[in-house]
Design a protein around this ligand. Structure first.
Ligand code: GLU
Length: 298
C-alpha cells in the first residue's frame, strides 16, 4: 500500500480563520493518525488576490497551532512550466480549447454552452482555455469518505476554465497537477470543494494521474449562520501559541472529536498528541454545514 500523503493547500488571499483551521487540522490529523506525510502547498496562482505577507502570516499561524508540515513549502507561483505542459497535453488530446467568450455573452445560459469548442469565435480577442466536459469518462463516480457515493455528469457542470484570459492559471488545473506532483494520496478539505472534484477527477484521468481518496468536511458557520470566510470578515487566527490553545480545542469540538475539557488549556503539542491518537473521522456528521461550537459547549 502506498504511504499516506496528505496536504493543506490554502490560498493566501488573507490570514487563516477558524474555517481554514478546520481543514488544516482535519487533514493534519488524518495524515498523522496514519503515520503519513502532511505537506503544505501555498496556492498563490492569483497574485492580485494575494496581499503581500499573507502567505508568511499563514506559516506563522500554522506554527502557533503546532501544525508542522513535512518538507519544503510547495509554492504554486513558480509552477508555470508544469501547468503549461499539462495544458499542452490536454490540447493534444483535443480536451482543451481556447475560448474568447465573455461571461456576459452567455449569461442567459446556466453553464458555458461550449460555443468555442470548434474554434474561438473571436480569435483576436484575449483567449481563455477550457476543458471539454463532454469527452472522457461519464459519469464521474467516486466514494467520498464522509458523504458516500458521488455521481456527477461532467457535461452538466460545463467546460471549466483551465487558464484565464489574463494568463493566470485556474485552480482546477493547478490543484490537479500539484496533487499529482506531490504524490497526494488523500485530500481532506471543505464541503464547498466537493462539486469541484468531478472536474479534478476528469483532469486526473486525462493526465494519467493517480486518483486520491477524498474526505470533504462540513463547513463551519459562524454564530449568525454566515459562512466563515474572508469575505464575511471571519476573524484571523492568532499567531501566538498561547492564544491558539482554546481555538485548537474548539476546532476539535467542531470536528466532533469530543476532546476532554481539561485539554483546552494544554499546549498545542499535547492537544495534537491526544487528537492524533484518537482521530476518528467516522464521528464527523455528514452534513454540509454546521454551526461553530460555542465556548460553553467545550
Ligand atoms: N486553495 C483552496 C482554498 O484555499 C483549497 C484547495 C484544495 O484543498 O483543493 O480554498
Amino acid at each position: 500500500m502506498s504511504v499516506y500523503r496528505g496536504r493543506f493547500a490554502p490560498t493566501p488571499s488573507g490570514p487563516l480563520h477558524f474555517g481554514s483551521l478546520i481543514a488544516a487540522l482535519a487533514s493534519y490529523l488524518d495524515a498523522r493518525h496514519q503515520q503519513g506525510h502532511w505537506l503544505l502547498r501555498i496556492e498563490d496562482i492569483d497574485p492580485p488576490r494575494c496581499p503581500a505577507g499573507a502567505a508568511d502570516t499563514i506559516l506563522r499561524q500554522l506554527e502557533a497551532f503546532g501544525l508542522h508540515w513535512d518538507g519544503p513549502v510547495h509554492w504554486q507561483h513558480d509552477r508555470d512550466g508544469a501547468y503549461q505542459a499539462a495544458l499542452a497535453r490536454l490540447e493534444a488530446q483535443g480536451l482543451a480549447y481556447p475560448c474568447s467568450c465573455s461571461r456576459k455573452q452567455w449569461r442567459d445560459h446556466p453553464i458555458y454552452p461550449g460555443w468555442c469548442r470548434t474554434g474561438p469565435r473571436e480569435p483576436d480577442k484575449p483567449l481563455a482555455w477550457r476543458l471539454r466536459s463532454d469527452l472522457g469518462p461519464r459519469p464521474i463516480v467516486w466514494q467520498d469518505r464522509l458523504f458516500g457515493l458521488q455521481r456527477f455528469d461532467p457535461a452538466a457542470l460545463g467546460d471549466v476554465v483551465l487558464k484565464r484570459k489574463d494568463d493566470l492559471w485556474a485552480y482546477q488545473l493547478a490543484v490537479v497537477v500539484d496533487d499529482g506532483a506531490q504524490g497526494i494520496t488523500d485530500v481532506v478539505r471543505g464541503f464547498d470543494l466537493l462539486d469541484n472534484t468531478p472536474w479534478q477527477r476528469q483532469l486526473q484521468h486525462a493526465l494519467a494521474l493517480p486518483e486520491p481518496r477524498y474526505l470533504h468536511l462540513p463547513l463551519i458557520l459562524a454564530d449568525n449562520g454566515q459562512k466563515l470566510s474572508k469575505q464575511n470578515l471571519a476573524p484571523a487566527l492568532p499567531e501566538q501559541a498561547e492564544a491558539a490553545r482554546p481555538l485548537l480545542h474548539r476546532a476539535l469540538v467542531a470536528l466532533d472529536q469530543a476532546p476532554p475539557a481539561a485539554l483546552a488549556t494544554e499546549p498545542a503539542s499535547a492537544q495534537l498528541d491526544w487528537a492524533i491518537a484518537h482521530w476518528s473521522p467516522q464521528r464527523l456528521q455528514a452534513t454540509a454545514e454546521k454551526r461553530e461550537p460555542h465556548a460553553a459547549q467545550r
